[in-house]
Structures are given as structure tokens and as C-alpha cells.
Design a protein around this ligand. Structure first.
Ligand SMILES: [Zn+2]
Length: 274
């Protein structure tokens, strides 16, 4: 495995550039963002206003100020996972976060990075002791929760983890009240001193999303959560003084992202040569 073959970040002590990547997510499948409180279940239940064979649905979206929300942490986790596992397959040195490793190091991964010598992924996504250069906003539905919920709760038989699978009691009846497909969410990614490679990595995840490979929220194995990502605008700011240097949109944006993606592919190519 190769170390430090990527364009290193300039460090947090010197702010050369600030980046803002605006994007929208559109659900390709129903989406359940996370288990919610009883109060939210009642809200969703009253919106659905249906006689359902349970008091309230078992799983409903996270709702903040009337909008369905995917947390920034969840978005970051999906981006981190896809980029880490792709670079591992490409033969680059990518560490495994201790919190997930549980002592067993997966094949092809190295131990969690030291903060002063981060791998590509830790450079941009951070470690418990090193701040991230990328920050992900919450993704909020553009329309209010009443308009984005699926019209009917979806019944499902699920295995309960607290019983053995052979026990008939393990098959729990669940009612899921997801966000329907075709719903638009808006969000942005903020970055400090970003390289073309990591911007290309973000473009790569966007490309995967077009085929349904980017999923958020719960019940992914049951067909929930695919979201298509469309990058709307990338802004690069100078910092001395703080000024907009360039706003990439339309064809400019396409040309810029394609060139960043070439840099990211070239990074993967260097992993293959090792
Ligand atoms: Zn690392």
C-alpha cells in the first residue's frame, strides 16, 4: 500500500481557499431517514390520517421545522464509505476508523491514521482527533413534510434482533411511513483548501448516485433510500480578503468537475501501479 501519493492539504493553519458545493438530492426510492421520536410518529400519523392497523407507524422520517431531513453526518458517512472503499479496491492506503474496526482490520486497510500523517480519506473527512476539511450540511426537503410523505404507510415483516430468527416472534409487523420517491432535497458541502482530487471524488459519488448506488437512511436492504445527487454550483473563494474567486455553473461546472474527476481517477491509477 502506498502512502501520501495524493495532493496533500495545505493544513488548517493557512486558509488558502474556501469551497461551497451546492447540490440537490432527488429520491429514486422511498426514504426513511432515521428512527424518530414518538412525537414525530404522531405528527406523521396525523398527516397520513389513515386508519392503520397500529397506533402509529414504526418508522418515520426525521422532521425539522416542517421539512424531512437527512443529517449532515449521515451524508458525510455515505460519501466517506464510498470513497474509502473505492480507493481500497484501487490499492491505495486508506485507514480503517477504530470505531468501526472493532479490533479486526479488514483486508486492504491500514490501522487508523496518526493525526499528523492522515491518509487521503482522513485528510478530507477527519479523524476523532483531526478536524475535517469537508463539512456536510443537512439535506432538507424543498417542500414541506405534508407534500413529501408517501401517501400510504408501507407494511413490512422484519426480523427483530431481540429474538432468534427461528422464533416466530422474531417476525415483527412494521409499518413504515417513508418520504416518497421523486422528492427533492437541498444541501451543500463546505470545504477548506480542497484539492482537485477530492472534488473529483465528490463528482465520482454523484455519478454512482445516478445509478442508484448512493443510499441514505434506514431499511436500505429492503429497497429504501436511493438518492440521485445533482451538483448545481461550485464556488471557490479567495480568503485574503474573503472574495468569490469563481462560481462554476452550467458548462463551466461540467468542464471543471470533469477535470477534477480525471485527477481523482489518476490518483486511483497510482494505487493500481503499486
Ligand atoms: Zn486515515
Amino acid at each position: 500500500m502506498l502512502e501520501s501519493k495524493f495532493d496533500e492539504m495545505k493544513g488548517f493553519h493557512k486558509l488558502e481557499s474556501l469551497w461551497r458545493v451546492e447540490y440537490k438530492g432527488t429520491t429514486l426510492e422511498p426514504l426513511l431517514t432515521q428512527a424518530a421520536t414518538e412525537e414525530t410518529k404522531e405528527t406523521v400519523d396525523s398527516i397520513l390520517a389513515k386508519k392503520i392497523p397500529k397506533d402509529t407507524p414504526d418508522a418515520v422520517p426525521l422532521i425539522i421545522e416542517g421539512k424531512a431531513v437527512i443529517t449532515g453526518n449521515a451524508v458525510k458517512g455515505v460519501f466517506r464509505h464510498l470513497i474509502s472503499s473505492q480507493l481500497t479496491e484501487a490499492g491505495l492506503a486508506v485507514c480503517c476508523q477504530q470505531i468501526k474496526g472493532k479490533g479486526v482490520l479488514p483486508e486492504g486497510r491500514k490501522r487508523e491514521c496518526f493525526p499528523e500523517k492522515p491518509c487521503f480519506v482522513c485528510t478530507w473527512f477527519g479523524t476523532p482527533s483531526r478536524q475535517a476539511a469537508l463539512h456536510f450540511s443537512m439535506l432538507r426537503s424543498i417542500r414541506g413534510i405534508e407534500e413529501v410523505l408517501a401517501g400510504d404507510a408501507i407494511p413490512m415483516i422484519a426480523l427483530r434482533e431481540d429474538y432468534e430468527a427461528v422464533d416466530p416472534r422474531a417476525r415483527a409487523f412494521l409499518l413504515l411511513a417513508p418520504v416518497k420517491d421523486g422528492v427533492e432535497f437541498g444541501g451543500w458541502i463546505k470545504g477548506e483548501n480542497l484539492s482537485g482530487e477530492i472534488l473529483g471524488g465528490i463528482k465520482e459519488v454523484k455519478d454512482m448516485s445516478e445509478k442508484g448506488f448512493v443510499q441514505f437512511g434506514g431499511y436500505k436492504t429492503r429497497g429504501f433510500g436511493a438518492v440521485r445527487i445533482d451538483i448545481l454550483k461550485v464556488e471557490k473563494y479567495k480568503t485574503v480578503p474573503f472574495t468569490l474567486e469563481k462560481a462554476y455553473e452550467g458548462n463551466d461546472l461540467k468542464v471543471f468537475l470533469d477535470s477534477c474527476q480525471k485527477e481523482y481517477h489518476s490518483l486511483m491509477g497510482r494505487g493500481q501501479m503499486s
